[in-house]
Design a protein around this ligand. Structure first.
Ligand code: G6P
Length: 642
């Protein structure tokens, strides 16, 4: 993936480039670099690169006293070549420098060809191929010598296969920056002192809110005074200028140790904000998903959910809800699989894409694939209003989790679940499976959710006390059944993402078909044990573990009657009936409108509560292990390569 920024400014571009990179670190953080064109009195292209975080690059840049009005910068998530300074962008060919987000699929053939022309490669990246290719177009090694940087980039892009967003500067034209987009996101910023480019709108906010989203195939030449834009056919074109609604304020950590911890504790508020539109409603209106939602929900015969990572587990949970409550078939596909397999298209299906970032390359490509197959009922559930995925669906619901900084998703996940539950209810209504009083009861449960989640958060000290047991283990197993199986998957994912402990999740009934062979005293087994219809079966599965010397850590609902013993540790989830008069003041969560209900158990929304406990477990295990919780190794927040 990686993040890129570029500037053609009347002023020094360094502050913008470094601030932009810091904002884009969520896209990758294993190395960073920037290149500048000479201001008067300084000779030649200047470049600084460093392995590690943007802060390390910033101190290098400060020590070197670099400055320049036209520049490009990059933060990397390694695909081709290890994280190292020689693989960090920008890559250079002669007096020309390139930063790139995406993957060039035909880079090996291009590299061979360019080596034949005498170009020498100093990195293992696919990106260096682009730098030499543009230079080759300039010099006439490929085609006629290009007249200027824009036409050299145009010539090079015609030879590239794959997905990319590029920013290029050259000593030949020191007043300009050329950018190109095919597949990977790129947008321009229009400010009083110049023109800017970035992979993400948030990186432009330090200079402007006026933005222009480039389309695939677009190439733009930016100077401080002008933008010239051509489309894939080389024709001059224009794109709309929008005013971004995003907020430039940096997210403060406050009293928390990590963003992940803060975001776990923000969940009551995030849910409250996301559900605000139903705060006083006795009945749901389909319009909350978009103007055409009522018509579409009435027409569809099934649901196809497409997502990656944590978002796919939200989808899997929703499958249980949609089929049970709405009586509509629901399938969930991993985006990277769906986009390449031969599926059976059904134009009457509602295609739901779920993505916290709205930029995940596989999810976006899977959406394009679905549309190409004739699926036209599309819905995005996303946390970023101006993201690529949201701009390409007919219906949408923007979760209001607020910015999520920790790479391991927490509040984005639970808010996605809350929206998927709203969708379930609307589909059930459209399918005439929901009478008014049941609808009202479900809405009450949803409104109650922020308070219920708050009660789970209060378990933190007890969960923290368990963390030490896990920290010296190499492996962990998570078990769940029914709608809590995806929650076991999410719990295992959280643990492996941030503590680097190998964790796997199984539907508890599958234990005896393989994973039981792994169980011994060194393999903690975490069990999600709601007091629901599968509890007795689950207890039998726990016995299977105990009988083999396994150690169980059970998150049990009250009334589950799972008793602690030497190798069975039980943590009691809050009593749902107790939420009514619970220790949280409702206005703690801006939810004075949320009246508590007479819940007898945690019901269909129980997965939302259980996952919060598992988030806390992963967080505290990672703390004991001393890992980089918010930026775990090898991962990134937004995965914009396939
Ligand atoms: C990355 C993030 C995960 C996220 C996944 C899908 O791997 O680290 O937290 O679940 O991408 O991202 P999306 O933005 O599409 O939900």
């Amino acid at each position: 993936m990686c993040g890129i920024v570029g500037a053609a400014s009347a002023n020094d571009s360094i502050p913008f480039l470094l601030a932009g990179l810091a904002t884009l670190e969520y896209r990758g953080y294993d190395s960073a670099g920037l290149a500048l064109l000479p201001n008067e009195g300084v000779n030649g292209l200047q470049r600084a690169r460093s392995k590690g975080r943007v802060a390390e690059l910033a101190s290098k840049v400060a020590q070197a006293g670099m400055s320049g009005n036209v520049g490009i910068a990059h933060t990397r998530w390694a695909t081709h070549g290890v994280p190292a300074e020689h693989n960090a962008h920008p890559h250079i060919s002669g007096g020309l420098a390139v930063v790139h987000n995406g993957i060039i699929e035909n880079y090996e053939a291009l590299r061979e060809k360019l080596q034949g022309f005498g170009y020498v490669f100093t990195s293992d990246t696919d990106t260096e191929t682009i730098a030499h290719l543009i230079q080759a177009c300039f010099k006439g090694h490929i085609g006629e010598p290009a007249e200027n940087l824009l036409s050299a980039v145009q010539c090079a892009v015609a030879h590239l296969k794959g997905a990319f967003a590029l920013a290029v500067i050259s000593e030949e034209e020191p007043e300009c920056l050329v950018v190109a987009r095919e597949g990977s996101p790129l947008m321009l910023g229009i400010a009083d002192d110049g023109h800017y480019a970035a992979s993400d709108a948030s990186a432009l906010l330090s200079v402007t809110k006026r933005m222009m989203y480039l389309e695939n195939g677009d190439i733009a030449r930016l100077t401080p005074e002008s933008i010239s834009l051509i489309d894939r056919l080389g024709q001059p074109t224009q794109r709309n200028v929008i005013t971004s609604s995003l907020n430039a304020n940096a997210v403060e950590l406050g009293d928390y140790s990590h963003y992940m911890q803060k975001e776990i504790f923000e969940q009551p508020q995030a849910l409250s904000n996301t559900l605000e539109m139903i705060s006083g409603a006795g009945q749901l209106q389909a319009g909350i998903f978009g103007a055409e939602a009522a018509d579409i929900f009435a027409q569809i015969d099934s649901v196809l959910i497409i997502a990656c990572g944590t978002s796919s587990y939200a989808g899997m949970t929703a499958k249980y809800w949609i089929e049970q409550v709405a009586g509509i078939t629901c399938n969930v596909e991993i985006a990277s699989e769906y986009r390449y397999r031969q599926s059976v298209p059904n134009p009457n299906q509602l295609v739901v894409v779920i993505s916290q970032s709205g930029e995940t390359a596989d999810t976006l490509a899977a959406l394009h694939h679905a549309k190409a197959l004739g699926h036209h009922h599309t819905l995005a559930i996303c946390n970023v209003p101006e993201s690529a995925i949201v701009r390409e669906t007919v219906l949408r619901f923007i979760t209001r989790a607020g910015p999520e900084i920790g790479v391991a998703s927490t509040k984005a996940f639970t808010t996605q679940l809350s929206v998927l539950f709203l969708l379930t209810l609307l589909l059930a209504k459209a399918n005439q499976r929901l009478d008014a009083s049941t609808e009202k009861a479900y809405l009450d449960e949803l409104r109650h959710l922020p308070i219920a989640v708050g009660k789970v958060l209060a378990l933190e000290p007890s969960i923290k006390a368990w963390a030490g047991y896990f920290a010296d283990k190499q492996h962990a197993l998570f078990l769940g059944r029914g709608r809590h199986y995806p929650i076991a998957l999410e719990g295992a994912l959280k643990l492996k993402e941030i503590s680097y402990i190998h964790a796997e999740a199984y539907p508890a009934g599958e234990l005896k078909h393989g994973p039981l062979a792994l169980v011994d005293s060194e393999m903690p087994v975490v069990v999600v044990a709601p007091n629901d219809e599968t509890l007795e079966k689950l207890k039998a599965n726990m016995q299977e573990v105990s009988a083999r010397g396994g150690v169980l850590y059970v998150f049990a609902d009250s009334g589950s009657t799972v008793t602690s013993s030497e190798n069975v540790h039980v943590l009691q989830m809050p009593d749902p009936t107790g939420f009514k008069d619970g220790g949280f003041k409702t206005d703690d969560f801006k939810s004075t409108v949320f009246k508590s209900t007479d819940l007898k158990n945690n019901g269909l929304l129980s997965p939302v509560l259980h996952v919060v406990a598992l988030q806390l477990l992963a967080y505290h295990v990672a703390l004991v292990k001393g890992t980089d919780v918010d930026k775990p190794r090898n991962l990134a927040k937004s995965v914009t390569v396939e």
